[in-house]
Design a binder for this molecule. Structure first.
Ligand SMILES: Nc1ncnc2c1ncn2[C@@H]1O[C@H](COP(=O)(O)OP(=O)(O)O)[C@@H](O)[C@H]1O
Ligand SMILES: [Mg+2]
Length: 376
């Protein structure tokens, strides 16, 4: 039943009930007292229903209407000794109508009060949840910033001190290496020395990038070009891990305002992690897309790059920490890759988020502003 049908159905039922009882009443001979008594009592039915359905308005309305049709009949027709009794029924109609109606109104009022309270409570709960989320987010940012500044001071000083002697060691090893022919057993040790010096140098470079972040030099860059170049760059390593890389690009605008070198570094860190996470092979799907813009015809302002791997995923308790500097689960990891990536993306006014379930792979989504996007 629709609300509209219900709106006229109930008054109609009340009117009909009153009409039927009244017709029966008028047509009953005065002598049939028992029938009269029953019919008078039947009037309480519409009065009660009126009160239940429409509160005081309905109870009093039904009682009033009944009084209007009942009173003339009692007065006009001589009921003999019963007249006074029938007349006294009228105030009882009214009192019953008022009492039922008032009671129902009071209950309605109470229920509405409870509903408002429940709604307010639900709203407060939602607000509290949102505040808690923001607070946790801020706390994570603060923790990251804290580590960044401590790390910045420490590494800037140390890295410089270590880099120069490292350069000297590398030069010396290269000279010493010449003393042995490539097949000589000792040549192998020099190769190890050089490789490890290179590795130390890489770690230092990472620290320095972190300690003194470069200001991005923005220029229009096509996301497709960046990702295609990276796919080529990483293909050797991917092949060694039996990782297949798939790329899918959206049609439409894909130029972003970015520092190409930095964005490449940010993406590369994500891709290397994915490859490293799948030592026994797997898939890395890289795709770009335009998130739904605000309304039809609106120009998209953002482009999203999605990196989706079929690796082992990230443990639930680690998901919130992977962007923290020094967080690593690898024996030889520095834990700086994603921290650097996070900062680069933030400096480009973009966002990065991760979705991962242990055993079900990992997805990173990077959002970057498109060239010419209007933002406040
Ligand atoms: N695609 C991925 N799959 C599983 N774990 C990942 C992935 N990407 C990042 N991680 C986790 O995040 C950690 C931090 O990554 P990162 O900052 O690049 O440091 P590192 O690679 O030196 O460990 C990794 O040690 C790994 O545990
Ligand atoms: Mg890494």
């Amino acid at each position: 039943m629709t609300a509209r049908t219900a709106a006229w159905l109930r008054p109609a039922v009340l009117g009909l009930a009153i009409l039927l009882v009244t017709i029966a009443h008028v047509r009953t001979p005065v002598a049939s007292q028992a029938q009269h008594d029953i019919l008078v009592r039947l009037y309480y039915l519409p009065i009660a229903l009126g009160g239940l359905w429409f509160g005081l308005r309905g109870g009093l309305g039904a009682a009033g209407l009944i009084t209007l049709v009942y009173l003339p009949h009692v007065v006009a027709v001589d009921h003999g000794a019963m007249t006074l009794g029938y007349l006294l029924e009228v105030p009882v109609f009214l009192v019953v109508g008022v009492l039922i109606g008032l009671n129902v109104d009071r209950q309605d009022h109470h229920r509405r009060g409870l509903e408002i309270q429940a709604e307010t409570l639900a709203r407060s709960h939602r607000e509290l949840q949102e505040q808690t989320r923001l607070l946790l987010e801020k706390e994570a940012q603060l923790r990251r910033a804290d580590r960044l500044s401590a790390l910045g001071q420490l590494s800037a000083g140390l890295a410089h001190e270590i880099r120069n002697p490292l350069g000297a060691i590398k030069g010396a090893v290269e000279i010493l290496q010449d003393d042995y022919a490539p097949g000589h057993p000792k040549a192998e040790f020099y190769a190890i020395l050089l490789k490890e010096v290179e590795r130390l140098n890489d770690v230092l470079t990472n620290f320095l990038t972190f300690a003194r972040p470069v200001t991005p030099h923005l220029a229009p860059v096509d996301l497709r070009d960046v990702l295609t170049a990276l796919e080529g760059l990483i293909s050797g390593q991917a092949r060694a891990h039996r990782v297949q890389i798939f790329t899918t690009f959206h049609a439409g605008p894909s130029r972003i305002m970015a520092d190409a070198t930095l964005v490449k570094q940010a993406f590369l860190n994500i891709m290397l992690n994915a490859v490293e996470a799948m030592p026994d092979g797997g898939d890395l799907a890289i795709s770009t897309r335009l998130p739904a813009a605000g309304g039809p015809g609106a120009r998209p302002e953002w482009a999203e790059v999605v990196f989706d791997d079929t690796g082992p995923g990230i443990q639930e308790e680690d998901v919130g920490r992977i962007f923290d500097p020094f967080f690593t689960t690898k024996v030889d990891g520095t834990g700086l890759g994603l921290a650097i990536t996070h900062r680069i993306i933030e400096n480009h006014r973009g966002t990065i988020r991760v979705m991962s379930q242990w055993g079900k792979g990992t997805t990173f989504v990077v959002t970057l502003p498109l060239e010419g996007a209007i933002r406040v």
